[in-house]
Each structure stands twice: as structure tokens, then as C-alpha cells.
Write a new protein. Structure first.
Length: 201
């Protein structure tokens, strides 16, 4: 792809570094911004910079938040006796979009994957154990993608939590093995949460 402007090329490279954005899509986005009034591009850049500088991670569940504690954790209407363990923030969004789950969340920040050098210490597991050990917690739902790494993580967590007085369950296998939670359709994901089953090692 030939560029008549070094600045245009650098902007395209910046956009194409985002996941799912190829060079052609990046070029289309950049040219769109160029055709807009300057203040629109400035506001776009300001919004991205503001998000990056000021967004926080919830001190309880590790979800994204504008405050030290996220809106879900602060919501008194949620069922505070259930924690749904997920890999990523995107999974929280996917489950919330089903409107089938009304408990709390815990974002691990990934799954155990020795090949990629990700062990338990790289994940938010100790804070999960601390939360699950509270008397108010009655159930921990493992809503982790059904992959080999996901199943390994569930097995590790179940061993970690086995001495606590909590029910450990997993989402029903409406999600095909090897799939990722965030790409499941809302109806299937919602039914998998509602039809969760006790976890058996």
C-alpha cells in the first residue's frame, strides 16, 4: 500500500495495530476522520486519551470501572452470594447482555496456559480465594471458555477452593468445546448460565 503522506501512513499503522482491523479498514477509518471537521478528530483523540488515563479496574472484581469499585459490585440489587468467575472483561459484557445472571463477577485476567507462560500467579486467583472465603458467598460459578486451558483453570480453581464452604458449579455445555464465551450467542450463553451444574472433578 503506497501512501502520499507519511502522517497518513503512521495513522493507518496505528489503527491497524488494533485487533480485527486490517490495513484497508484502517485506511477507511483514517480517511473518514480526515473528511470530518477538525474538532471531531480532536474530540475522538481526547476521548481515547481520557479513557486510557482515567479508567480504573474494580478493586473487588477487577472489572473496568470509572470508580475504585464498579457499578456491578456496588449494586445492592445483585445477588451478593454468587460469584461468576470469567476470563476477561469482555466475558462480563457478554453475560450481562443475556440479562440472565444477577450475581457478582470475578475477572481472572486470562487462563492458566504453561505454553504461553501464564501460571496461577499471573491471574487474579488470590483475590478470588479471599472473596470466596467470606461467609456471604455461597456459590462460585466457573464461566470459563470450554478449552483445554479453560478446563485446566477450572480444575485448578476447584482444588484451590475445595476447603471453603461454597458450591462450585460450571455453566452448562451449551457452549461448544473449544469455543470462546464472548462469541456465543446471547440465548445460548444465557441458558448455559441458568442451567449451570455442580462441578465434579
Amino acid at each position: 500500500m503506497n501512501f502520499s503522506s507519511k502522517l497518513l501512513e503512521e495513522a493507518v499503522n496505528a489503527f491497524s495495530s488494533l485487533p480485527g482491523i486490517g490495513k484497508k479498514t484502517a485506511l477507511r477509518l483514517v480517511l473518514h476522520l480526515l473528511q470530518q471537521p477538525t474538532e471531531i478528530s480532536e474530540q475522538f483523540a481526547a476521548d481515547v486519551l481520557k479513557m486510557r488515563q482515567h479508567i480504573k479496574f474494580c478493586s473487588q472484581c477487577h472489572n473496568i470501572s470509572d470508580e475504585p469499585v464498579c457499578l456491578i459490585c456496588k449494586d445492592q440489587r445483585r445477588n451478593a452470594s454468587v460469584i461468576c468467575v470469567v476470563e476477561s472483561i469482555r466475558d462480563v459484557m457478554a453475560i450481562e447482555s443475556t440479562s440472565q445472571y444477577k450475581g457478582l463477577y470475578h475477572v481472572l485476567g486470562g487462563v492458566i496456559s504453561p505454553i504461553e507462560g501464564i501460571g496461577p500467579s499471573e491471574l487474579n486467583i488470590e483475590s478470588l480465594y479471599h472473596r470466596a472465603s467470606q461467609d456471604t458467598i455461597k456459590e462460585v460459578v466457573m464461566a470459563i471458555s470450554p478449552t483445554i486451558e479453560g478446563d485446566t483453570t477450572i480444575f485448578y480453581l476447584s482444588k484451590k477452593l475445595k476447603d471453603l464452604d461454597v458450591q462450585i458449579s460450571t455453566i452448562a455445555r451449551g457452549i461448544s468445546f473449544g469455543g470462546e464465551l464472548e462469541y456465543a450467542d446471547e440465548m445460548t450463553l444465557g441458558r448455559s448460565i441458568v442451567a449451570r451444574i455442580p462441578y465434579k472433578k
